[in-house]
Design a protein around this ligand. Structure first.
Ligand SMILES: CC(=O)N[C@H]1[C@@H](OP(=O)(O)OP(=O)(O)OC[C@H]2O[C@@H](n3ccc(=O)[nH]c3=O)[C@H](O)[C@@H]2O)O[C@H](CO)[C@@H](O)[C@@H]1O
Length: 363
């Protein structure tokens, strides 16, 4: 069987696709995959590392305001459809699956027009523009939140969860904290700004570094690749940070996640699927720069169930950040209660649910 997978731009769309590919490869090693992305998205770096054949098309997103760029985007879309059809001619896929991001638009649309079975996977509690458009053409829409079902055709939508939730399970390995220069057996928080890092979170963490260095707990701080050098300049001025490990990006996030006690981060849907699968309590600082403020809605679901605390970026200060972090890191009972609430939200069988849906469609 040949499967075309497409999705990209940011990690939140790429890692669910990779998790699905790994699950199917384990079950059916003879399955062939081709990943279609763009050259500018994170997928161009992440996917070839996994030894998955990678093809690229050129596409950009629509601007919300009237702009000549949107006219160019329409032409790029049409060219992307043509290029995708050419790839399909060569590859002859049995099914095409899109996991979100602009690149899915022309690829999945072209597949639907060619009558190839199609699925889109929506990770968020509010759908993205591309998936809303594609839902008219595809065979099935796989979702991760009950409340997002109403945005899609009733006869197509099905709750599967996010395959990353399945993938992060069972990866607990000793030595991970040591490899990051930290100690085993001490409460540890992971601070991240999502797959690309987030400057406002970095600003708050930099201002808190001196305070964090005096805490009894330890910190893994992921800056985002492009922000790393600047953060390190600032960190050098603070002095010794023996309980803080600062890194630009983590490639084996599943191993790190299973070694930490609390996560501080944005409220990207794939990250939330991972932390709820593992039952990790979190402090969420939703990005206000995303479509329909969907990260705040993602975060609210966890807060309402007692699994997370939310801080709004516009109110974020170093004092508020440290107080909130201390309230969980220094309170074992609270960590445990929040962790239990988080675990209840996890959908750990998501990979199988999505691959079952796929095989039903191909049959
Ligand atoms: C700004 C933006 O548009 N963000 C969107 C994007 O976020 P983003 O790409 O940040 O997505 P998520 O936070 O959902 O997922 C990030 C993924 O990258 C991984 N990771 C992260 C950091 C790192 O160092 N190493 C690593 O492997 C995480 O484990 C996770 O698998 O996609 C999500 C899923 O559709 C959306 O909910 C977010 O709103």
């Amino acid at each position: 069987m040949k499967i075309v997978v497409t999705g990209g731009g940011t990690g939140g769309h790429i890692y669910p696709a990779l998790a699905l590919i790994r699950t199917i490869k384990q079950q059916y090693p003879e399955t062939e995959f081709i990943y279609i992305g763009t050259k500018n998205g994170l997928e161009a770096d992440i996917v070839p590392r996994e030894n998955i054949p990678f093809e690229s098309i050129h596409i950009t997103g629509f601007r919300r305001s009237l702009s000549f760029e949107n006219v160019k985007t329409i032409f790029r879309f049409l060219k992307g459809v043509k290029d995708s059809k050419n790839i399909f001619k060569k590859v002859k896929p049995d099914i095409v699956i899109g996991t979100g991001g602009y690149v899915c638009g022309p690829v999945v649309y072209a597949a639907a027009k060619k009558k190839i079975p199609t699925i889109i996977h929506e990770q968020n509690s509010v759908p993205g523009l591309t998936n809303k458009f594609l839902s008219r053409y595809v065979d099935k829409v796989a979702v991760c939140f009950e409340e997002v079902k109403e945005f899609f055709p009733k006869n197509k939508v099905i709750l599967t969860g996010n395959p990353r939730a399945s993938e992060v399970m069972g990866e607990r390995k000793p030595g991970v904290l040591k490899s990051l220069g930290l100690k085993e057996g001490i409460p540890t928080v992971l601070i991240t700004g999502g797959s690309r890092g987030a400057r406002p979170i970095n600003d708050a963490v930099i201002k808190s570094l001196s305070g964090l260095s005096k805490r009894s707990y330890q910190v893994i701080y992921v800056t985002g690749q492009v922000h790393y050098d600047n953060v390190m300049e600032e960190a050098k001025l603070v002095g010794t940070l023996s309980n803080i490990s600062i890194v630009p990006f983590i490639h084996e996030m599943q191993k790190v996640l299973s070694s930490v006690d609390v996560v501080v981060g944005r409220a990207g849907a794939t990250s939330l699927a991972e932390i709820t699968a593992l039952g990790i309590p979190s402090i969420l600082i939703p990005s206000p720069y995303v479509t329909n403020n969907h990260q705040e809605k993602n975060a609210e679901t966890l807060v309402e169930h007692g699994a997370a605390l939310m801080l709004l970026e516009k109110e974020l200060s170093s004092k508020q950040f440290l107080d909130c972090l201390d309230s969980i890191m220094l309170n074992d009972e609270k960590r445990k209660t929040m962790g239990d609430c988080s675990r209840k939200l996890g959908m750990r069988d998501a990979s199988n649910r999505l691959s079952d849906l796929m095989f039903q469609l191909v049959k």
